[in-house]
Write a protein that binds this ligand. Structure first.
Ligand code: PLP
Length: 382
């Protein structure tokens, strides 16, 4: 079992820049099937970690899909379409039918995305809701179950000979009058849509605040976030690192050892790519390079980075199941990383930085349910 940790020498208490308000939350509330996802109090997990309390924001069912990603995809699609519509935008609207009607002048139009699973499926779902086309580019090693799930959203699935990063490059070529690229990854010249993806994730964070307030609970001391290209981590860092939050929790990013691009980039002090193959079972995190728009926020907003092998994620899936939480490999990666950090000999400096102890309250994200059901059954049977 191995673990790598990096205490971020550039971590800051408060981040500059605009903090997203509740506009994305108000947008999501108008989508069909919107419901707040559960914030699970998980004493069995707290016992396993030796801390006082653990809350798990359970995103295994979000707007009918098994991951939180649709929050970012739907908000980014909405903003990008509004921009294409020009001055009038969408105007006042109540429900999805109103949006569909206003899109007439733009048809035929396809939404385009590259994905290692959940983002592409989410973009395909939003396209289906709006009766637009969808073209989703996937890396060649994506599990069949995940590809089929995207195809079931009536999307055209295009398998790219290469990695997720190759699929991103290929998808970018589709941009044009009939193709609108909705990527959670960003590069020079393609920054606005990925920053809307990050904004869209804020809905989940406002829901956590609201639920803790309803329960008269304080905020967490420690927040663990899974890192692929870093868009999710950027949303979490923005939320907990703004001047209005007090006290501000420590933030930990967890990556697969085989795709630890944020850890390597923070160590280098600038964005670097890590070579493939990126073939961790935590497939949502198999990214070789952090996103340009996420980088300023995550490089200053995350206190500590942890890179782990696959086994802790599988162990965490089983532990989560004992608390009634259905967690896929990516969903359990945060818990797996924390379990490993708290028991690893080389984690001592990290633990001191975080000040974890028996009074600590931890917030985890089950950001994905069982997106590969056969793999899920195998892990549960082990
Ligand atoms: C379920 C899930 N969680 C976390 C992530 C990581 O998010 P990001 O790529 O924004 O770091 C992904 C990415 O696809 C994902 O699908």
């Amino acid at each position: 079992m191995s673990i790598r940790t990096l205490v971020n020498p550039n971590a800051r208490e408060i981040l500059d820049g605009p903090y997203p308000d509740r506009t994305p939350l108000r947008f999501h509330r108008r989508l069909p099937g919107y419901e707040e996802t559960p914030l699970v109090n998980a004493p069995e997990i707290a016992d396993a970690l030796g801390v006082e309390k653990v809350f798990v924001k359970d995103e295994s069912s979000r707007l009918g899909l098994p991951a939180f990603k649709v929050l970012g995809a739907s908000w980014a699609v909405y903003r990008a379409l509004e921009e294409r519509l020009g001055d009038e935008g969408f105007g006042d609207w109540e429900e999805i039918e109103d949006l569909k009607a206003r899109l007439e002048p733009l048809r035929p139009l396809s939404l385009v995305a590259a994905t290692d699973g959940n983002h592409g499926r989410a973009v395909a779902r939003v396209a289906r809701l709006l009766e637009l086309g969808a073209k989703i580019f996937v890396p060649e090693d994506m599990a069949a179950a995940r590809q089929e799930a995207i195809a079931r959203e009536e999307a055209e699935v295009i398998v790219v000979d290469g990695t997720y990063d190759d699929a991103v490059e290929r998808s970018a070529e589709e941009a044009g009058e009939r193709g609108l690229v909705i990527s959670d990854m960003s590069w020079p010249g393609y920054e606005r849509i990925p920053s809307w993806v990050i904004e869209g994730y804020s809905t989940m964070l406002w829901e956590i605040d609201d639920e803790l307030e309803r329960r008269r609970e304080g905020g967490p001391d420690l927040v663990i976030v899974q890192v692929g290209v870093g868009a999710f981590a950027a949303a979490v860092a923005r939320h907990f690192r703004n001047s209005l939050v007090s006290p501000r929790p420590k933030l930990v990013g967890v990556e697969p050892a085989k795709a630890d691009c944020l850890l390597e980039s923070v160590a280098a002090g600038h964005i670097v790519s890590v070579p493939g193959p990126h073939d961790s079972v935590m497939s949502g995190l198999n990214c070789g390079r952090p996103s340009l728009v996420a980088w300023p926020t995550v490089s200053a907003g995350i206190d500590l980075l942890v890179a782990v092998d696959d086994e802790p994620a599988r162990e965490a899936m089983r532990l989560a199941a004992r608390s009634g939480i259905v967690s896929g490999e990516t969903g359990a990666a945060g818990l797996g990383g924390l379990l490993e950090l708290l028991r690893a000999e080389e984690g001592e400096e990290a633990r001191r930085t975080l000040g974890v102890g028996e009074r600590t309250c931890v917030l985890l994200f089950n950001c994905e349910g069982a997106t590969d059901p056969d793999a899920y059954r195998r892990v549960m049977a082990e």
